[in-house]
Design a protein around this ligand. Structure first.
Ligand SMILES: [Fe+2]
Ligand SMILES: [Fe+2]
Length: 123
């Protein structure tokens, strides 16, 4: 995964997106270790959940003070809430064999959507 594919040229948000990708990579590496159990994955998973939720707040704050149309912002906020609910469901089962692909499918399409919305919402 390459942060440049998702770069919106807004340093604070790009850094947060980058940290989410790095945390996801750590989850991938940890899952590939021998004799992995839920205890090893849990700290990274918690980190990913907390970072994701706090990132959504800062992105919403950024969009609120940008030229982003209000209806687009409202829609984006509701997508964030749906993603949070979905994430809360995914992490209920950290032993799930498809954990990484579920998290990747959760994050990557949204990073691409963010790039688009942020590109059209300058300050
Ligand atoms: Fe977003
Ligand atoms: Fe984002």
């Amino acid at each position: 995964m390459n942060i440049d594919e998702y770069r919106a040229n807004i340093a604070e948000l790009d850094n947060e997106h980058h940290l989410l990708l790095v945390t996801l990579s750590l989850i991938k590496v940890t899952l590939s270790l021998d004799n992995i159990d839920g205890n090893k994955i849990l700290p990274h998973l918690k980190n990913f959940v907390e970072r994701s939720k706090s990132h959504f707040r800062s992105e919403e704050q950024h969009l609120l003070t940008s030229s982003c149309p209000k209806d687009v912002l409202k829609e984006h906020i509701s997508v964030h809430r749906e993603l949070e609910d979905k994430l809360d469901q995914i992490v209920l089962n950290p032993e799930n064999r498809n954990l990484y692909s579920q998290l990747e499918n959760w994050l990557i399409p949204h990073l691409l959507a963010d790039k688009e919305i942020l590109a059209t919402s300058s300050n």
